[in-house]
Design a protein. Structure first.
Length: 278
């Protein structure tokens, strides 16, 4: 059996993630009490279910202290368990709660909304360390669905490498293992004919291909990945995320991600995401 456990901050998109797996014909359970996990999985296995997804959140906080032991027990029975942690910036969560007008699960008379968010973030910190992370701060519901679908489909097949471009002016992605800063490269933004294009356009690629530093940056990051990815895979990693950042996430970072994909796609199953292209 393949078991995906979704957890993360309230308002980060766990319900959207779970519905995505329902569409992929997973058996899904929302907010399962942790004390029922073992018996529930036994029942589903006996009935022949091979793909199951559940969500655990702060509404049932008892899972926080016992989840690692529960996962260990399931793993000894041959169940492949993967934890996916959905994260988002506090600013994004405040906006979402303002739009929906729903109370936070930890709301009470003594704490403001932002205080509840930060309390929850601290409570979940330990679980986040060993999980695959998706930062939903700048994702639309459809983009989140695509991210979940890509992550899950690859985990049922082989190692997945995610390459993400972003703009530092909009914040560093939360769901990355390695971050590279390419703001030192020539900036097409200051070329009038290139300003409104992106790193996916031929003209921008031509401009940066004429820069020895741009080509050298791509080569050095590729050599880094080529040397170290096999070691991570050897340690059991099934996903790894590399983020490439420039100022606005439109030109240089996009170009580098596209170039890296062309080099790495023949060796690894590679997913690309251009976070800040409008």
């Amino acid at each position: 059996m393949k078991l995906f456990i979704f957890t993360g901050l309230s308002g980060s998109g766990k319900s959207v993630a779970l519905r995505t797996l329902e569409d992929l014909e997973f058996y899904c359970i929302d907010n399962l009490p942790i004390k029922l996990l073992d018996s529930c999985i036994q029942t589903l296995m006996a009935e022949g279910y091979e793909n199951v997804a559940i969500s655990l959140d702060i509404r049932n906080p008892s899972f926080l202290g016992v989840l690692p032991a529960e996962i260990g027990a399931l793993s000894t029975r041959g169940i492949d368990v993967q934890i996916i942690f959905l994260d988002a910036s506090s600013e994004t969560l405040l906006k979402r709660y303002s739009e929906t007008r729903r109370p936070h699960p930890l709301s009470d008379r003594d704490n403001t909304l932002i205080e509840c968010i930060e309390i929850e973030r601290k409570l979940l910190e330990a679980i986040k360390i060993d999980a695959d992370r998706i930062d939903t701060s700048r994702l639309t519901p459809q983009q989140l669905k695509n991210s979940v679908r890509g992550l899950v489909e690859n985990k049922t097949q082989q190692f997945q490498l995610t390459l993400q471009s972003f703009g530092f002016k909009y914040g560093i992605p939360l769901d990355t293992d390695f971050t590279f800063d390419v703001r030192c490269l020539p900036n097409p933004f200051y070329e009038s004919e290139l300003k409104n294009l992106t790193g996916t356009d031929y003209e921008v690629k031509k401009f940066l291909n004429n820069s020895p530093n741009a080509k050298g940056m791509v080569s050095d990051i590729y050599q880094f990945a080529k040397q170290w990815l096999p070691l991570f895979i050897g340690e059991g990693r099934v996903t790894l995320a590399i983020a490439i950042g420039c100022t606005g996430g439109q030109h240089r970072s996009v170009y580098v991600v596209e170039e890296l994909k062309s080099l790495l796609d023949t060796q690894y199953r590679t997913l690309i995401r251009h976070r800040d292209i409008n």
